[in-house]
Every structure is written in structure tokens, then in C-alpha cells.
Design a protein around this ligand. Structure first.
Ligand code: SF4
Length: 327
């Protein structure tokens, strides 16, 4: 397939200033996303996944600082744009986000339809009637009966609110949707339905998507590519199939070890020993070394750079062998 690059993140470094020092939340990460591609961003809580999403939208809090890097959307660096230009031309129109706990993001005193119409009218030069018609169509697309459009948020179940938030995110026809833990607050049955709908919409509309989740099963069901983060770094990325079949980084292997398999020999689930580091003062060398079963002396001193071991598969680990053609 002939793919075109939509997003390219280069050497992005974002820290948060705190009274105790800088929290190194995103520390020199690079990745790209093709048009129509879905990428799952996975890792334990606090590894920097949501900070990446905020940086892509320039929605970071006031104590965040970008130390270096570029976020190129169709080759144009978003980090060099003013907040006003981002608000007018990028957010919702090119990139939209379904934030964590999106279900609670609706204003309780307006109907669902009023709130989606308002989002459309803020960003597009259309009449209220056109915005209303588009809202009803979007709600239908995400599986909500249009007769419920004039309901208030409290009249919707959790799954319906989450679907309505997807409709809101789609309302200005963006190229990229970032869904941050979109189904975490839902029960497993509703979660499966919502994930299926997200996947269908992404494919039907040709959207690019970054799905952020601590839950590898959510990523496996929804995304073509998977990127694993640990302590502010990307430690591995590859096709989802390859990550699940043959992960190479010890952290990814540890995460997968805690993931139940439906086929093959029955095995006790293993969790990764220890806890992620405090990003105020992460360990030197490889940040995973205090928890890594394969760590060597070198790992305590020299941070590994992420590099391709073979086509389309990148790993940040001193001990991983490269494919002969990449040596
Ligand atoms: Fe483990 Fe060393 Fe690889 Fe880090 S670089 S993951 S400590 S083997």
C-alpha cells in the first residue's frame, strides 16, 4: 500500500516544572503516523502517554515546557504556531481528542445536540441548521438513535456518553483523532462495543488515530501499530501483530507476560517486579534497568537509543540483536 505521512514527531522533549524540579515526562521521542493508520500508545500509568497527546494538541498545562523537538502535521511544525492559529485551524478541524474521562466532559445544562452543534459552529462557517443536521447524522453513525439527540447528558448511559464524545470529536471532520483511554470507565461488554465502533469509524472515514491505553488488549483490538512507552521514552514500536508475536524489549515482554492468552499451554501470569521510576529523578542509563531481568553493567550507565532491528520494528535496548542487514 502506498502510504502518505500525516504526522511526524521528531526528538520531542517535554518536561513539567515543579517545586521539586523538572519532571521528565516526555524525553526525546520520535515517531510517525501515516494517513489512515491507527497507532496504539501503551505503557503503565505515568509513563508519559497522555503528555504526548497534550503536546500534539498544544494543550499542555502552564508548567509544561517543550525543550526540543518538532511536531509536523503534513510537514508543518505545530509547535511553532501561535495558540490562536492552533485553536482556529488545527484543534478539532485537523486533530481532535477524546480525553480521559470524556464521559464527564459534557456540560450538564445543555443537551448533547446543543453541545455538538456549538462545537461545529465555533470552528466552521455553516448555518445552525446544517450543524444540527450534521450532529444528528454523526450521532446515528456512532450508534445513537437520533431521537435521543435532545437528551441531556444525565439521560445517557456511560457507553452512550462515550459514543457522543466520539461524535463530538468527529464533528469537524479531523484527519487525526487522539483517543486517550477511551473505554477505561466502561464495563467490558460496553467497552468491546465501543472499541468495535471506534475501529469501524476509523476505517470507514479513513481517519488516522492514536489510541492511548494502559491496556494492551484494547490496543490489540483496535490498532495496526503499537508503540510502548516506559518512563518518558519509547522503548519499542512495531506492527501490533509483531509486538504480540515477537516483542523484543524486556519491558514489552514483561507487559505481555501479564496478558492472558486464550490459546496454548496454561501459564501463570507474571507481573513486572518493581515500580516505574519517579520522573523527577529517573535512573541513569537505561531507565528500565532497576527492573530489567537482562540488565548488564553497561545498562546502568549508557542510555540505549531506539533503532531499527529490522524493517518497521524499533527497539531501545543494548542487548537486542539487530537483523544482519541493519548491522
Ligand atoms: Fe534491560 Fe539493558 Fe535492555 Fe535496558 S538496555 S532493557 S536494562 S537489557
Amino acid at each position: 500500500m502506498n502510504m502518505t505521512k500525516l504526522l511526524e514527531v521528531k526528538n520531542l522533549k517535554m518536561y513539567y516544572s515543579t517545586m521539586k524540579g523538572d519532571v521528565k515526562a516526555v524525553d526525546d521521542i520520535s515517531f510517525s503516523l501515516e494517513k489512515g493508520e491507527s497507532l496504539g500508545l501503551a505503557g503503565e500509568s505515568g509513563c508519559g502517554k497522555s503528555s504526548v497527546a497534550l503536546a500534539l494538541m498544544k494543550l499542555y498545562p502552564s508548567n509544561a515546557k517543550i525543550l526540543s523537538g518538532e511536531v509536523l502535521l503534513d510537514g508543518v511544525n505545530l509547535l511553532e504556531m501561535s495558540d490562536e492559529v492552533i485553536r482556529q485551524n488545527i484543534r478539532w478541524k485537523r486533530i481532535s481528542i477524546v480525553p480521559q474521562a470524556a464521559m464527564n466532559a459534557f456540560n450538564p445544562v445543555f443537551t448533547i445536540k446543543e453541545q455538538i452543534v456549538e462545537a461545529i459552529l465555533t470552528h466552521e462557517d455553516v448555518t445552525e441548521k446544517e450543524a444540527g443536521e450534521r450532529t444528528v447524522e454523526l450521532l446515528r453513525r456512532v450508534g445513537i438513535d437520533p431521537s435521543r439527540a435532545s437528551n441531556y447528558p444525565h439521560e445517557f448511559s456511560g457507553g452512550m456518553k462515550q459514543r457522543a464524545m466520539m461524535a463530538m470529536a468527529l464533528s469537524c471532520n479531523p484527519d487525526l483523532i487522539i483517543a486517550d483511554e477511551p473505554t477505561t470507565a466502561l464495563d467490558v461488554i460496553v467497552q468491546a462495543q465501543v472499541l468495535k465502533e471506534i475501529k469501524t469509524l476509523q476505517e470507514e472515514l479513513g481517519l488516522s488515530m492514536i489510541l492511548i491505553s494502559h491496556d494492551l488488549s484494547v490496543v490489540a483490538e483496535t490498532c495496526e501499530k503499537t508503540m510502548i512507552m516506559y518512563a518518558g521514552n519509547i522503548v519499542e514500536d512495531a506492527s501490533t501483530l509483531e509486538i504480540f508475536r515477537a516483542a523484543l524489549h524486556p519491558y514489552s515482554i514483561g507487559l505481555l507476560g501479564a496478558f492472558p492468552k486464550l490459546t496454548g499451554e496454561r501459564k501463570r501470569l507474571e507481573s513486572i517486579k518493581g515500580n516505574p521510576p519517579n520522573l523527577l529523578n529517573p535512573p541513569p542509563g537505561c531507565r528500565f534497568h532497576p527492573r530489567c531481568p537482562n540488565a548488564k553493567d553497561l545498562c546502568e550507565v549508557i542510555p540505549p537509543f531506539i533503532q531499527e532491528t529490522h524493517k518497521g520494528h524499533r527497539v531501545a535496548c543494548h542487548m537486542v540483536n539487530k537483523h544482519p542487514e541493519y548491522r
